[in-house]
Design a protein around this ligand. Structure first.
Ligand SMILES: [Ca+2]
Ligand SMILES: [Ca+2]
Ligand SMILES: [Ca+2]
Ligand SMILES: [Ca+2]
Length: 264
């Protein structure tokens, strides 16, 4: 998910560079400055997420999960205007994180996900209908979640760390497909191919790197930071783990070498 945002930003950068080279940029595209202004917060805050308007309107839709238990969707216009498209009913507690993603696996984002301390919710982007709500007694404490395809079916799964277990919840049926045996309690979880074996790993900011199919721990020598990204910036086709915490320098790990990456 985070990677997709980073890639989107880069794609936009190249697109904007291409537009700038033409005599007149197309009016229906955001300029790079407009794009940056509207979307910058959504790269850094986990209570906000962003997606392009489905009908091709100019601007961006921004999802904001607030501490009063509501999920809000605003359409932000390039010139600075905004209007609220959606305000959810009051959910079970403050919203801890929102995500947008492609749960059905067709390559297009269609879902807005939110989590409160004990429940997860899925809203459909087209009409904001609530497609899924976990039951009040499913989880006592949700630690973190993400969206990734971690099994054989085409649909993505909601990868959820709750009550010290990692759960895979099918993105279409919303049935729970898998629960880890081991206990984990991370505040961030990402999924990506970080070691070159052809299968995605789960990367927890507490430092564990797990095989997504078996749940086996592949590496746990380091504690990662409070914020993480997966990005292949050395271009070898394998994602690096970038991690930071306030007051700490950036650390980059090559999980395939089981080592911190040195820039030399
Ligand atoms: Ca989709
Ligand atoms: Ca799947
Ligand atoms: Ca792998
Ligand atoms: Ca790499």
């Amino acid at each position: 998910m985070m990677l997709r945002r980073a890639v989107l930003a880069m794609v936009f950068l190249f697109a904007a560079a291409g537009l700038a080279g033409r005599a007149s940029a197309q009016d229906d595209e955001l300029t790079y400055a407009e794009y940056r202004r509207i979307t910058e917060s959504t790269y850094r805050l986990k209570h906000t997420a962003m997606y392009e308007p489905l009908e091709g309107e100019r601007g961006m839709n921004v999802v904001v999960g607030d501490r009063f238990g509501q999920v809000n969707v605003y359409h932000l216009e390039p010139g600075g205007g905004s209007n609220r498209l959606f305000k959810s009913r009051t959910l079970a507690g403050p919203v801890d994180e929102v995500l947008v993603g492609d749960l059905d696996g067709d390559g297009l984002d269609e879902s807005i996900l939110a989590r409160t301390p004990s429940q997860i919710y899925v809203f459909r982007m087209t009409d904001f209908q609530m497609m899924f709500e976990s039951l009040t007694n499913d989880y006592r404490q949700i630690h973190c979640f993400t969206i990734a395809n971690v099994d054989q079916d085409a649909a993505a799964e909601i990868v959820l760390n709750a009550d010290q277990k990692i759960n895979y919840i099918d993105g279409v049926t919303f049935s729970r497909d898998w629960t880890s045996v081991q206990d984990y309690e991370a505040t961030r979880i990402l999924v990506g191919e970080v070691d070159g074996d052809g299968r995605p790993e789960l990367v927890l900011n507490t430092g564990q790197v797990l095989d997504s199919a078996s749940g086996a721990i592949k590496w746990e020598d380091e504690v990662f930071g409070s914020r993480m990204e997966l990005l292949d910036f050395d271009g070898d086709g394998i994602l690096e783990v970038l991690t930071e915490s306030d007051g700490m320098a950036l650390k980059v790990y090559d999980i395939d070498y089981r080592a911190e990456k040195r820039f030399q």
